[in-house]
Design a protein around this ligand. Structure first.
Ligand SMILES: [Zn+2]
Length: 328
């Protein structure tokens, strides 16, 4: 599945269609133990990180937010709640429905009964009690919709809260996160060369998850390494130094920032270079978060995303080339 250069949003779609059903096949019937759930989750995370070309050290919440794929636990919960609805909609005389009633009344909360587990899942997502659902079952269509909404809401909160604990993910833009929708950062837009765009996306995803290795990262893990930028020898090389400040990369940066300024000048009365560092970083790393407050045109926002992606890729190439020449 993983192949450098493959468009990540298509790869995510393929994952959703072909891999996800296999990973969770039949698990709504035999709910996995927490240990097995962890193993499945580990596999899913590994595959998603490969698709997004981010290292295994990237925070898990970031890859769920970027891929819009929910954790395995959410997927199994969804399937098991839909199965429970099938049982609720059965005839009263049906054996499964009879067992459901009997177990929900007779078994205590610690029981390993499938129906008691469903009761806990319903409670987790703030849905109706199982007895109420058995007595007055919603239609399949209506139930699927409410389950989807409840699960999305629950996991959106969990993932946003988790990602907020990472300072490195501050520009990821969790406020726009909506499970099931392709993240703008993954969208290749109208490019004529999807392979080239995919390479650019992979660099940007590393930068936004702060797993793109700069001197400040190197020095954290290796005492012999200096955090000072090896291009300019002036400042600590962290994300903002590399993206906004390093003098050696200034001319390449200018070209793209001018293009962004041209696009946004019709809507905003500031130039990107005049705004605070944090906002400047936000526009370069994930402009949707900030610009969607002022600009309604998603095509324009996508265009600015394309330019910022080109900017980051150009900085990456020039940085590597310069370091290589300096080494020689
Ligand atoms: Zn520098």
């Amino acid at each position: 599945m993983e192949k450098k250069g493959r468009d990540p949003s298509t790869a995510i779609q393929l994952f959703r269609t072909f891999v996800q059903p296999i990973l969770t096949y039949g698990l709504e019937v035999i709910l996995p133990t927490s240990q097995n759930l962890l193993k499945l989750e580990k596999n899913q995370k590994k595959l998603l990180k490969q698709i997004l070309s981010v290292p295994i050290s990237a925070p898990d919440s970031s890859i769920y937010i970027l891929s819009d794929i929910l954790p395995i636990e959410a997927q199994i919960d969804q399937k098991s709640l839909n199965l429970f609805n099938n049982i609720c909609n059965q005839n009263e005389e049906n054996l499964e429905k009879k067992i459901a009633r009997r177990q929900l009344i007779a078994k205590n909360e610690d029981s390993k009964s499938w129906f008691i587990a469903i009761k806990r899942v319903l409670f987790k997502y703030n849905l109706q009690s199982p007895i109420l659902l058995l007595n007055d079952p919603p239609t399949k269509h209506l139930w699927k919709k409410s389950v989807r909404i409840a699960i999305d809401r629950y996991w959106k909160n969990v993932l946003i809260q988790k990602s907020c604990t990472y300072k490195s993910l501050k520009y990821l833009g969790t406020s726009n996160f909506s499970p099931g929708n392709c993240h703008t950062l993954l969208s290749i837009g109208n490019t004529s060369d999807p392979t080239r765009e995919a390479v650019r996306i992979s660099v940007k995803l590393k930068v936004i998850t702060d797993t793109y290795i700069l001197q400040s990262h190197r020095s954290r893990y290796n005492l012999n390494e200096t955090p000072i930028c090896k291009l300019c020898d002036i400042d600590i090389e962290d994300r903002s130094h590399c993206l906004l400040k390093c003098k050696i990369l200034q001319c390449i940066r200018e070209r793209y920032l001018n293009q962004i300024d041209e696009f946004i000048s019709d809507f905003l009365n500031f130039r990107i270079r005049d705004i605070p560092t944090d906002d400047h970083m936000q526009i370069i790393l994930n402009c949707t978060v900030l610009l969607s407050r002022y600009i309604n045109d998603i095509h324009l926002i996508q265009r600015i995303e394309d330019i910022s992606r080109q900017l980051i890729y150009a900085l990456h190439v020039v940085r590597y080339r310069t370091l290589y020449i300096k080494k020689r």
